[in-house]
Design a protein around this ligand. Structure first.
Ligand SMILES: *Cc1c(COP(=O)(O)O)cnc(C)c1O
Length: 378
């Protein structure tokens, strides 16, 4: 048997483990210690975000954003169906309805041309998902949102260190969520961040994140009592996770360069198969700067995708597919809405295959993966 090539593998970029030890020695491993502050300060300074609050996950960040928009029963939120469940969960938890819109053929992102037709009297927000770390058409989305008085919540889970016309993703809507789950580019096991890009929401965001208390204001000396002032929850991450994450942030460039190399290598070596018409490769628009979050190929049909997936398994290579479209899931059918048929979403989700992609993936492994795909398809 050939050695296994996993789909994903956690990695150490620098001083992650030292920082965890340091947090313990500092005597503070709960929320909002030195490393949590360093993580949010790093994101604010590096990317120019107005305010970043570290969270235990992107899911938590999106839930906070939904609460800050005061979504509730009767409200609708426009989003793609081709996304992870957290985008929709954040909305349905508040009692609001996700309204699923189809995606573009090229970037697999929310099709901005279809948004206006989906807007109703009840629409309150748009949630663009920057799939694979490639930006949605944010100028058009923000124009539509401004015209109709809607919030924009970027699901930027996959998109840290990506740009749209040179501007950092996560800073383009009212709110954005990032993920540091072990499958993302910069990781700490489970982790996330909320960007609050409109200053008027910062104070409430801090309160909701910290069990509905004004603890942050108290520690800043702005109020003389620390008490319960809103309906919150615990959306603070462990200092241990942030210590690990800060170790990764220090090597943001190194990690990003390695991912670009892996991405370019897949492109270069799979292009001959695309020329032969055996598969389709991703294309990134020129005005979108990608963080090389993931690499996918599109097969001609679902059967070919499923067979290739199984063949790779027999070669000890773990590829995966996603997403089961939300509009056809049990919860999506019950709680969501979609006016039109989502033909691109349905087609793509059956034909897409994600290849192993992680920091330590080496040349030899990439060669094995590409050769196995070529053997199967030819
Ligand atoms: C990973 C991901 C999430 C969830 O992130 P967590 O940190 O695991 O909560 C949400 N949306 C998208 C598009 C994702 O890829």
């Amino acid at each position: 048997m050939l050695p296994n090539i996993p789909f994903n593998k956690p990695f150490i970029a620098g001083r992650e483990l030292e920082y965890i030890a340091e947090a313990v020695e500092n005597g503070h491993i709960a929320a909002d210690g030195k490393f949590t502050r360093q993580c949010s300060a790093f994101l604010e300074e590096r990317f120019g975000f107005e305010k970043v609050l570290m969270t235990p996950s992107c899911t938590a960040a999106l839930e906070l954003a939904a609460m800050l928009c005061e979504l509730g029963p009767g409200d609708e939120v426009i989003m793609p169906s081709f996304t992870f469940v957290s985008t929709a969960n954040a909305v349905v938890r508040t009692g609001a309805t996700p309204c699923f819109v189809d995606i573009r053929e090229d970037t697999l992102n929310l099709n901005e041309q279809l948004i206006e037709a989906a807007i109703s009297q009840r629409t309150k927000a748009i949630m663009p998902v920057h799939y694979a770390g490639v930006s949605c058409e944010m100028d058009e989305i923000n124009r539509i949102a401004a015209k109709h008085g809607l919030y924009v919540i970027e699901d930027a889970a996959q998109a840290l260190n990506s740009t749209y016309q040179g501007k950092a993703l996560g800073g383009l809507g009212h709110f954005a969520g990032f993920s540091f789950h072990e499958t993302k580019n910069f990781v700490c096991g489970e982790g996330g961040a909320l960007c609050v890009n409109d200053a008027k929401f910062i104070e409430r965001a801090e309160i909701l994140r910290d069990k509905g208390t004004n603890r942050k204001q108290f520690f800043r000396g702005e109020v003389d009592k620390y008490t319960w002032v809103d309906v919150g929850s615990s959306y603070v991450p462990s200092e241990l996770a942030c210590a690990f994450l800060f170790g990764q942030f220090e090597f943001l460039e190194k990690i990003s360069e390695r991912r670009q190399e892996i991405y370019r290598e897949y492109m270069r070596r799979l292009e001959p198969l695309e020329k032969e018409g055996l598969l389709k490769l991703p294309r990134i628009p020129d005005h979108c700067g990608s963080n090389s979050h993931l690499f996918y190929i599109l097969l001609p049909a679902r059967a070919a995708r499923d067979e290739l997936l199984n063949y790779l398994r027999t070669e000890s290579i773990h590829a995966v597919f996603h997403y089961i479209p939300l509009h056809s899931s049990p919860m999506g059918r019950k709680l969501g809405r979609s006016d039109e048929r989502l033909n691109v979403t349905d087609g793509i989700s059956g034909r897409l295959l994600r290849l192993p992609f992680f920091f330590d993936l080496d040349q030899l492994q990439q060669t094995r993966i590409v050769n196995a795909i070529a053997t199967f398809l030819r």
